[in-house]
Ligand binder design. Structure first.
Ligand SMILES: [Zn+2]
Length: 130
């Protein structure tokens, strides 16, 4: 692995944006034969080239800036998707209610019958079947 370290010395290397480019490129190359759109292969190849150009770049400032711009878009999306997946996973154990006053989402364990719920945000009390 010494040759690799020597090769990458002084080069920017990989970051989240490079990995995302690779993942998208691989996904495109997987689905493109089914879609019968040959130009997708070209896009996938360009993405891989772009990924390598970024990795071997010596302009650290510019690459970091690109990655930060990417993360500013990607992180909130990732966060929302994760929250959605988590909620789906515990849908069997918990029930979700919206506070009628401040519309904060409140999670209540299922199967406790009719219960009074106090909103942790605005202290509004309401009765729901859990
Ligand atoms: Zn509330």
């Amino acid at each position: 692995m010494n040759w690799l370290r020597r090769l990458m010395y002084g080069k920017y290397g990989s970051d989240q944006l490079s990995i995302a480019l690779l993942v998208v490129a691989v996904l495109i190359s997987i689905v493109s034969p089914f879609l019968k759109m040959n130009w997708l292969t070209l896009i996938s190849t360009l993405l891989i080239i772009l990924c390598y150009v970024r990795m071997f770049s010596k302009n650290f400032g510019k690459r970091r800036e690109e990655n930060e711009r990417f993360l500013r878009i990607y992180q909130p999306i990732k966060f929302k998707v994760q929250r959605l997946l988590n909620r789906q996973k515990d849908q069997k154990v918990y029930k979700y209610f919206k506070c009628p006053k401040c519309s904060k989402t409140i999670r209540i364990p299922r199967g406790k019958g009719k219960i009074a719920i106090t909103c942790p945000m605005c202290r509004e009390e309401f009765v729901r079947k859990s």
